[in-house]
Design a protein around this ligand. Structure first.
Ligand code: GTP
Ligand code: MG
Length: 217
């Protein structure tokens, strides 16, 4: 999917931004553990196993910055990564929905997800990841409802675009476009990515670079 025409100027800025080193700061299991709310923060949210950690690795060109796994429930903390020499913080979130982890633990991190998404003052945008094979599910819609209600900007990123057939991918994108059409806090454009094939990354980097350049776009 093409980046917004108005953002084409940010492709190079995005490339440069993500060419910088990113460092892991800490994993937070409580809101109180979060670093001071300064700079521009973006968070990667979505169902367990949708590909949040893999996408962060692909964006930063690192294979092991964020830990990934085939088992849903790999990321269990708010993992904070900061870019050297820019005000950008990237947050890899635990997933919501089914996870192979003890129930109390899943409940605790689900509460943490909701508190963070609706209460972080410097959270400029949530990248809400949707699996290209499945489209948006009920729990994705609940999160969208919450973000709309809290007026937190979010943008849909379709993941694993290498997996479905072109027809199925188009169907999932169209359905998702319909889902966000009237949502006040949703960015109108959907970014389609594959961390595996490294596609769509320039567009996503450009969007994040645009966020850093000034007021919300
Ligand atoms: P949790 O932390 O458990 O919520 O998962 P996550 O959303 O961080 O997903 P993660 O990045 O760990 O990836 C889950 C699985 O999907 C791994 O086996 C990845 O290799 C695979 N995966 C991620 N992105 C892609 C992609 O673009 N294409 C394909 N084919 N597989 C992917
Ligand atoms: Mg993860």
């Amino acid at each position: 999917m093409a980046v917004r025409a108005s953002n084409s100027e940010f492709i190079e800025a995005g490339r440069l931004l993500f060419a910088r080193p990113f460092n892991f700061v800490k994993g937070c299991v409580r809101i109180a553990d979060l670093p001071a709310a300064t700079g521009v923060e973006v968070a990667f949210a979505g169902r367990s196993n949708v590909g949040k950690s893999s996408l962060i690795n692909a964006l930063t060109g690192r294979t092991t910055l964020a830990r990934t796994s085939n088992t849903p429930g790999r990321t269990q903390e708010l993992n904070i990564f900061v870019s050297e020499g820019s005000p950008l913080t990237v947050v890899d979130m635990p997933g919501y929905g089914f996870a192979k982890a003890p129930k109390p633990k899943v409940m605790a991190w689900t509460m943490l997800i909701h508190a963070y998404l609706t209460g972080r003052p410097n959270l400029r945008r949530v990248y809400l990841l949707i699996d290209g094979r499945h489209g948006a599910k009920a729990n994705d819609l609940s999160v969208m409802n919450e973000l709309d209600a809290a007026a937190v900007s979010y943008q849909i990123v379709v993941t694993k675009a290498d997996k479905p057939s072109d027809i199925d991918l188009d169907r999932a994108i169209s359905a998702t476009r319909a889902v966000i059409a009237k949502r006040p806090a949703a960015h109108p454009d959907i970014i389609v990515t594959s961390a595996e094939k490294k596609t769509g990354l320039d567009s996503l980097r450009a969007e994040i670079a645009a966020l850093l350049s000034g007021p919300p776009v």
